[in-house]
Design a protein around this ligand. Sequence first.
Ligand SMILES: [Zn+2]
Length: 290
Amino acid sequence: MKVVTLRVSLIFLAAGAALLGQQNGAVTARQVIERIQGHVGVPWRSETVDTFKAGDPETVVTGVATTMMATYDVLVRSAAAGKNLIITHEPTFYSHLDKTDTLEKEQDAVWAEKERFIKEHHLVVWRFHDHWHLRRPDGIMTGMVRALQWGGFQSKTDPSLFAFPEMTVAQLAEQMKKRLGIHVLRVVGDPHMKFTKLGFAPGASGPQHHREMLQKDSVEVLAIGEVPEWETIEYVSDASSEGKKKALILLGHIPSEQAGMEYCAEWLKTFVKEVPVEFVATREPFWLAR
Ligand SMILES: [Zn+2]
């Protein structure tokens, strides 16, 4: 009898604790974002793309996924893993401001399916771009430098500049391809060109910024995420044809910043403890023809 009573009390105790835990542990998407705003270490801007893009911010979070781009594939894998708050570095709806009015007007089928999936699975998508870059040191650069194992070569005064022991452009391209796990990495310029000075501009920082970096003597090779082919690519092609010591490495947007969102998951875990936080890798979209 005594044993039975004890067992029943234990069950009540366990159920009570579970209920209490659930109440104390429940955190909404909006609360997670408010916590990020409190921890990021820079004043929150009134004009920013770091806003909710889809879903209800009051949704109770079951798990957090950080990712480079909230692609349909990432959403499916996040939902399957029980993560309903997706924190994405880049847009969800195919443009910087994630405006959907035109897609809606066109009744675009690709967009409609993504919307349907988000609604059906009660997902919430929030973008974390501007302030992750504004953080000091820049959250994306921190993760990328770690993945590239370049900490020892980084300039103390300008974190986008690196000085290496002499190597060729082909050797650098191979090293970056391997360390970042890239399938399609493109290079402009002479593969045999020896260099020591590199500039690193992950993502799509724009042709003006690329050119300003390439104009410096401290940049012989520039590694970027992406740019239209008639801008920086044509510029470096001309520089190379003119015999100037310049080369360009195109990593692709996703691999050029992705490790920064892997680092973001680690950072989030230090102050979001109620629910699991996981990095969900965005797949590189390209493959090589034979
Ligand atoms: Zn970025």
